[in-house]
Design a protein around this ligand. Structure first.
Ligand SMILES: Nc1ncnc2c1ncn2[C@@H]1O[C@H](COP(=O)(O)OP(=O)(O)OP(=O)(O)O)[C@@H](O)[C@H]1O
Ligand SMILES: [Mg+2]
Length: 136
């Protein structure tokens, strides 16, 4: 499963990953991969690969980093700043775009979630049936 996390600096991408990992049962620290490029979390046998490509100056750095094997395995890839690795980054199953909510204090976020493959549609259907999210 490949999930692209889109949105400006500070939009809440890392915070969303932290929430996902907490919900999956990981109580350990969830650091931003801004400097390390990749943070790995293993929860109940599931591998979560959390990438942040913000610091790439050019997309070819994705190729140099040799990361393709993570995307072809059975883990869950969560990618911040996917556009920095385009056009080399494997396609997304889901895309989540975050932006600040309407609250003047800047609290809360609006997420636009798009399924981009059959696998992504199955996952999104599961999310919408078990929460108050609604299709648009
Ligand atoms: N849903 C939310 N409600 C309130 N504050 C939030 C929410 N999501 C994130 N924040 C706050 O916004 C700030 C930036 O969040 P975060 O680091 O997750 O953004 P980011 O999109 O990962 O940024 P970057 O592009 O720099 O990696 C943090 O102080 C975080 O606590
Ligand atoms: Mg981040």
């Amino acid at each position: 499963m490949v999930i692209w996390l889109e949105g400006d600096l500070g939009a809440g991408k890392t915070t969303l990953v932290r929430g996902l990992l907490r919900a999956a049962g990981d109580s350990g620290p969830v650091k931003s991969p801004t400097y390390t490029l990749l943070e790995v979390h293993v929860v109940s046998g599931l591998h979560f690969y959390h990438f942040d490509f913000y610091r790439f100056n050019q997309a070819e750095e994705y190729l140099d980093a040799g990361l393709d094997e993570y995307f072809s395995g059975s883990g869950i890839c969560l990618v911040e700043w996917p556009d920095k690795a385009a056009p080399y980054l494997p396609a997304a199953d889901m895309r989540i775009e975050l932006r600040a909510g309407p609250n003047a204090q800047g609290e809360g976020r609006i997420a636009r979630i798009e399924a981009a493959s059959a696998r992504g549609r199955t996952c999104l259907a599961g999310v919408t049936s078990s929460s108050s999210l609604r299709p648009v």
